[in-house]
Design a protein around this ligand. Sequence first.
Ligand SMILES: Nc1ncnc2c1ncn2[C@@H]1O[C@H](COP(=O)(O)OP(=O)(O)OP(=O)(O)O)[C@@H](O)[C@H]1O
Ligand SMILES: [Mg+2]
Length: 464
Amino acid sequence: MTSASTLSLRRSAKILVVEDDDAMRDLLVEELSDEGFDVLAAGDGRAGVDLVLTHPVDLVITDLRMPDVDGFDLIRDVKATRQAPHIVMITAFGSIETAIKAVKLGAFDYITKPFEFEELIIVADKALNDRKLHRHIEHLQREVEGKYRFGNIIGESEAMQEVLGLVTRISTSDAFVLITGESGTGKELISRAIHYNSARASQPFVAVNLAAVPSQLIESELFGHKKGAFTDAHSDRDGLFRQANGGTLFLDEIGELALELQAKLLRVLQEQEIRPVGSAKVERVDVRVVAATNKDLEEMMTQGSFREDLYYRLNVIDIRLPPLRNRVDDILPIAEHLLVQHAGKVGSKTPITLSPEAQRMLLSYRWPGNVRELQNTIERGIALCTGGVIEPTDLPQAVHHKRDIDYLAPAVSRHLSMAELERDFILLVLDDEGGNKTRTAQRLGLDRKTLYRKLEEFGKRDKS
Ligand SMILES: Nc1ncnc2c1ncn2[C@@H]1O[C@H](COP(=O)(O)OP(=O)(O)OP(=O)(O)O)[C@@H](O)[C@H]1O
Ligand SMILES: [Mg+2]
């Protein structure tokens, strides 16, 4: 008796029979269909591979000896497909070497001719069960990885959730990425996340800070050189493109690259070919480039200091990391993450905490150095604090003063709009300056024309 669960597994799975002998193929298809399997058939290896590429096949039962693409070729090709099906090979009696080779190539099992039909059914059921189990485990693994994939990147804010969502969406892509953001916002961290969540994860991730390499050495650093190419070139040397082959090259501070080198880099990115300094030969490379900068490249383009064609080449995927002050929701979670990490390092069970007043200060500070500055602040706090609680006195002076916005609280409770707030503020400063518009404009950081226009809007501009 065949159990209900086995029958339901047979019905939900698709089997492909590859056999060049017409009579045998028809017989196999008929018998398997009678047993409740959903069956496809192909008369040669090539057609078999095509069916696997176009149908959700779970199991391939294939003959070994076939013209053109034989059973071994078929295993290789099928195993290289995404979500490759299981394979059972039918081999001739007595050829145990063939059977072993099939399994080594990735076949799940084999069956020797001549065989009882029952035997084939047992092997097929076993293969489908094994596949189901594997897929279940894979699914669980993916779920777990999904949860922890950004383990060390804290991003509770909407802005960071968006960035991490984008990193996930591009995980199957090979497109170049340009990451922009102020210093310390996590550009390098995100570039690593992109690499380690991509299909290139098992290949090298190579990072270079273009601002830290003397400009006359950058070309050889990136593309390598031959012995004797220049005075200090005592031997051949691989460049970073070569080292990153198959993986990802992180070009940090791309905005620092001189125009002449920008042209050379553009050519390499277009051709995916490098020419080491002093070499006559070009070499093919397969490198995904992720570039980063805290410069405003668009502004640099209008000034002619960054090539437009290179910009568009690099900026296929555009990731903008917001400064920490614009994602206040991330401040305390990052601080807590660092405190828990510290507790782990020193083997303490309870992490150091932040007093409510210290938390308030962290939240209202501007963080010009972004996450890196927050890291330094917390490390300092850990070192200075006593009694396991970081107090305001354990925070740097800078953090104490910035962005004291308590004076705005009354404006909030009076439900003022931006326009009303702006108007009141401008008029107050004008009054404070005794009506002097030049000084008022200076204090407000406006040019005189703008101040005049605004006063006119307020109905305040006199003709003088
Ligand atoms: N979202 C985050 N969660 C946890 N740690 C972060 C986060 N963002 C940045 N960091 C940490 O902050 C520090 C600075 O990050 P990173 O070096 O990636 O910044 P950057 O943008 O490359 O800075 P720079 O422009 O100065 O090179 C690193 O130690 C990094 O691990
Ligand atoms: Mg960096």
